[in-house]
Design a protein around this ligand. Structure first.
Ligand code: GLC
Length: 624
């Protein structure tokens, strides 16, 4: 399958949150299954020269955005089997920060137009366009028409993933035609209209061929107003095509055995290095050197939905236990201030680090004992999985991905501690349980640590679930090139019992069988046909049957140009765009090589486009 994955942030290039981690690791896992996966993101000012120096300039063209035709340069970088396309327009993206600009609607409408128009210029047909969160929601809507207009998009199906429904992209309806370039007919209750405004996330949920969110429990929770932030009716309307798939993490990146980024390496079977990590953490954040006192850690944005009302309300109850506590993150002033005060009240026992610091977060994941994450809502959450990889046991509220990834103490294969209600005393009670176990039952503590460290948080299983959805909507094979008679291959095994492979070789074998993955996944597992059954499913999928041939009929490159109504006759590539960055200096060579092998490649480049460097896009500003 050809998969185009669109995201407004992608690790390791640029990151503000978990979306970047997912966009950085899921495509890699899909590519490892033999698919042609290409990721597209904006070329922000914040993307460092370490990456820019590895990019090749491919071409540029002019995006059609209502009456605007802004410049769009495409740079390419290949890494870990995935091709990354960086969308260059300095007017939109040469700014500090990723979001929060007055014209975000225009910036991400431009990006979404670039997402749907780029395949035509690449002469590459995506079977699936996978968009994420409100910033790329418009791509799903543009695709509704463009897949009948742009030959390279014939038959392309879309998947839209909700990483956090709180941020919906809500704008005045006057932007509909003039900015988004959509026919006013899209402004209706089963598309973009929302209480008299435009709601981009709502539109994508209706427009996409399939919708996913990042954990099975969050998918259930989205039926309720508390979690759905006004979109519960939209979710109900589209239930037939919504599914929750638990995120994975990059287990190679977060691997205590390598010792990367932490004070000393350690493993589930030899935790001695973790003591060194703990000492290093205490040293780094000003906690008393004490190997025997448990350290409770929070690494998070300090905002209400992460549960910090509970933490600040219970701070003295927590500190009344014989514990140390470290907090890392920035956010609402009230929480920041409460933690600063706690630090002065409990010198050597409480450490407030009001900042974002990747190195310190690694020190905390590896050196702490208990990871506190009492979120009111948590679509998936990645930190609790990272903490578990480092043997730091999570204390979480049973919501979203926290519920799906942490097995509570007391059940087979427990990996942490959980509580159900948004209630500070419930949280303190469970923290007390954790601290009690730490002090009084080291064997049980180590058993939980072992389970946590050996649970499978890789993408193995979830990537299969995404492939299954792609297969449903396109009819394309999940495992290209794998003969049917071969039966389930090794890489499919995790769908059955992901924990088994990694689980303790000691006495846990039977446990592993009973633990089908990070917590509570039984319902999900039921929905996923066992690998052996997947082949017939593939054969039966009727819908896309007509679409496959369409794809094969995709017209010759010569016909790609009609993409833009005013697309000109082929012109030699211009170097003008190349002056913008040093990476671009490679452009001419690259371009002619590309042109030689692919006649379509040179078409989109036109003189006017090249002259009109990104700054020339400025007229858009006047319109705002
Ligand atoms: C959002 C969610 C978080 C999730 C991440 C990746 O940041 O808030 O829970 O883990 O997206 O999907």
């Amino acid at each position: 399958m050809n998969i185009l994955f669109a995201s407004s942030e992608v690790a390791p290039f640029i990151k503000t949150g978990g979306l970047a981690d997912v966009a950085g690791s899921l495509p890699k896992a899909l590519a490892a299954s033999g698919h042609d996966v290409r990721v597209i993101l904006p070329l922000y000012e914040g993307i460092s020269w370490e990456w820019r120096n590895q990019m090749n300039y491919l071409f540029n063209f002019n995006v059609t955005l209502a009456w605007r035709t802004p410049y769009c340069g495409i740079f390419e970088l290949k890494r870990d089997g995935v091709t990354y396309y960086f969308v260059d327009n300095e007017y939109y993206f040469k700014r500090a920060g990723l979001y929060g600009h007055y014209d975000d609607a225009e910036r991400f409408a431009f990006f979404s137009r670039a997402v749907v128009e780029t395949p035509g210029y690449l002469n590459w047909h995506p079977d699936v366009l996978h968009a994420n969160d409100w910033q790329t929601a418009l791509a799903c809507i543009y695709l509704l028409e463009e897949r009948h207009r742009i030959p390279m998009l014939y038959g392309t199906q879309s998947v839209f993933t909700i990483h956090n429904i709180e941020y919906q992209g809500r704008y005045g309806k006057e932007l509909m035609v003039d900015l988004f370039g959509l026919n006013s007919g899209y402004f209706h209750e089963h598309m973009l209209a929302y209480h008299g405004d435009i709601n981009l996330m709502k539109g994508a949920i209706y427009a996409a061929d399939y919708v996913t969110t990042v954990s099975p429990t969050y998918a259930e929770e989205l039926q309720y107003a508390f979690y759905a932030h006004g979109l519960e009716g939209v979710i109900a309307d589209n239930r037939h095509k919504i599914r929750g798939i638990l995120n994975g993490i990059d287990t190679a990146l977060y691997d205590p055995a390598t010792g990367n980024g932490i004070a000393a390496p350690f493993t589930a079977d030899d935790l001695s290095g973790k003591a060194a990590c703990k000492a290093a953490l205490q040293q780094a954040v000003g906690l008393r050197q004490d190997p025997n006192t448990p350290i409770i850690a929070c690494v998070s944005r300090l905002v209400a939905h992460k549960g910090f009302n509970l933490v600040t309300a219970a701070i003295h109850d927590i500190m009344a236990m014989d514990v140390q506590m470290v907090v890392l993150g920035t956010g609402d002033w009230g929480y920041e201030e409460a933690f600063r005060q706690a630090q002065s009240q409990y010198p050597g026992r409480f450490s407030a680090n009001i900042m974002y610091n990747a190195a310190l977060s690694n020190a905390i994941y590896s050196g702490a004992d208990i990871f506190l994450m009492p979120s009111e809502a948590e679509p998936c959450g990645l930190s609790q999985m990272i903490a578990m990889r480092y043997g730091t046991l999570p204390v979480v509220r049973e919501t979203g991905g926290l519920k799906d990834s942490v097995r509570p103490n007391g059940v087979e294969g427990a990996t942490g501690f959980t509580f159900a209600n948004i209630n500070a005393q419930d949280m303190v009670w469970v923290l007390g349980e954790a601290v009690g176990l730490y002090y009084n039952n080291k064997d049980a503590w180590h058993y939980l640590q072992h389970n946590a460290m050996t649970a499978d948080f890789s993408w193995n299983r979830s990537a299969e679930d995404y492939l299954q959805i792609y297969n449903w909507i396109t009819g394309k094979e999940m495992h290209p090139g794998r003969p049917f008679e071969e039966g389930p291959a090794e890489s499919e095994a995790p769908a059955e019992a992901p924990v088994t492979e990694d689980a303790s070789p000691v006495e846990e074998a039977p446990v592993a069988e009973e633990v089908p993955a990070p917590a509570e996944e039984a319902p999900m597992a039921e929905e996923i046909p066992a690998p052996a059954e997947e082949v017939p499913v593939t054969e039966e999928v009727p819908a896309p049957a007509e679409e496959a041939p369409v794809t094969e009929e995709v017209p010759a490159p010569a016909e790609v140009t009609p993409v833009s109504e005013e697309a000109p006759a082929p012109k030699p590539a211009k170097k003008t765009a190349g002056r913008k960055t040093t990476a671009a200096k490679k452009a001419p060579a690259r371009k002619s090589a590309k042109a030689a092998e692919d006649p379509a490649a040179k078409k989109p480049v036109r003189k006017t486009a090249a002259k009109k460097t990104t700054k020339k896009a400025a007229p858009t500003e006047e319109k705002k």
